[in-house]
Design a protein around this ligand. Structure first.
Ligand code: RAM
Length: 360
């Protein structure tokens, strides 16, 4: 066992003991309050030493929301590249469905294997917390990327862009595309996804601005990050709202399925569609006039950054406190912000003019 792993294990056990004592003092039952934030990260990874070397041979496991989603294939490919650069051991495991508790058994197996780091995109903010707590008590560090857990359950969240920025750009795009007025709907992924729900709340807030007074959000539908469900939900939205002017789908699975439906329907070019998609999945629909523009970040860079963050945590170089910095290979230096969050960068908008410059 490496020294830092031993230190983490010891402090993990101390954290478990402290939690038990606190629970006993409170008369049992622990709850995760808002005040249990990144302060906990110190408990799970110990003191940070900015001069600590990144250890070789770290076992870093990626656990995406689902494995058969091209977005995560690209993101985790970035993770694999980074782990290779760091001379670590990479693996990707995960469910084929993005349901709330589908990740629990994978976390339990990783804990039994004694991995150094789990990098995960959560299908639900709380459903995997118990399993992650056990993994951390056993000495693993936990980095969330793409979709966070309750902050108390992880050491660091690598966010693709600020949630406000992601919400704002999608409302701006749909407004431009429908001429600033009309009914819109949101086609989301799974109902519990932390990232989707944060973006939806912020999009609703954004719509309250005076410049969007003529836009009415009529429904939020869920396609469960499943191609067929998303296709059918699109069809349902169009038949329920004959005057629908546009759809925002903040999921790569949803927007691709909605585009496929629209491109073969009478609504092509009449009902606008935007949201978050990969250029490779959306290219044909931009070229055939179904979609004018949409947004995303570079998923490969997201996975790459998450792997570097995991290695810095597992090596004791950082512990998740705001203000700490770490090197992320080709991406350069990153600083941890409030709440134990590292932000990759702003999203990019793709349209007919630039889509061929991107290959992911
Ligand atoms: C889907 C997933 C993922 C989200 C992207 C935009 O692949 O829901 O969590 O970030 O879309």
């Amino acid at each position: 066992m490496t020294r830092s792993k031993f230190r983490r294990l010891a402090s993990g056990l101390a954290a478990v003991l402290a939690l038990t004592l606190t629970a006993a003092a409170c008369g049992g039952g622990t709850t995760r309050g808002d005040d249990e934030g990144p302060g906990d990260t110190q408990d799970s990874v110990g003191e940070a030493d900015p001069n600590a070397e990144i250890q070789e041979g770290l076992h870093i496991s990626f656990l995406p929301k689902q494995i058969n989603n091209p977005y995560f294939t690209v993101a985790d490919g970035g993770g694999e590249q980074a782990v290779g650069e760091l001379a670590g051991e990479y693996e990707e495991v995960g469910p084929s469905e993005a349901s709330a508790s589908s990740q629990v058994s994978y976390i339990n197996t990783l804990t039994q294997q004694g991995v150094d780091a789990i990098v995960t995109s959560a299908n639900d903010p709380n459903a995997i917390c118990g399993a992650l707590d056990q993994a951390r008590s056993a000495g693993a560090v936990v980095v969330t990327y793409d979709s966070d857990t309750d902050p108390a359950c992880r050491d660091l969240f690598v966010n693709q862009a600020t949630a406000e920025g992601i919400a704002k750009i999608q409302i701006e795009l749909i407004s431009e595309q429908i001429g600033g007025s009309g009914q819109i709907a949101i086609l989301s992924a799974t109902p519990n996804a932390t990232n989707q729900n944060a973006w939806i709340d912020l999009m609703k807030q954004e719509l309250e601005k005076p410049e969007y007074a003529d836009i009415e959000l009529v429904e939020v539908a869920y396609g469960n990050d499943d191609d067929e469900d998303s296709f059918q939900e699109t069809q349902g939205l169009l038949s329920s709202y004959p005057d629908l002017a546009g759809i925002i789908s903040p999921t790569t699975v949803g927007i691709a399925a909605a585009a496929r439906y629209l491109s073969g329907s009478d609504s092509k070019g009449k009902v606008a569609l935007t949201g978050l998609g990969t250029p490779n999945q959306m290219r044909e629909f931009v070229k055939d006039g179904t979609v004018e523009s949409f947004a995303l970040w570079d998923p490969e860079a997201l996975g790459y950054l998450a792997a570097y963050a995991a290695a810095a945590l597992a090596s004791g170089q950082i512990n998740g406190e705001a203000g700490q910095t770490f090197e992320a290979g080709d991406l350069g230096e990153y600083t941890i912000g409030d709440g134990g969050v590292v932000v990759l960068g702003p999203p990019t908008v793709f349209d007919r003019d630039n889509i061929d410059d991107f290959d992911f």
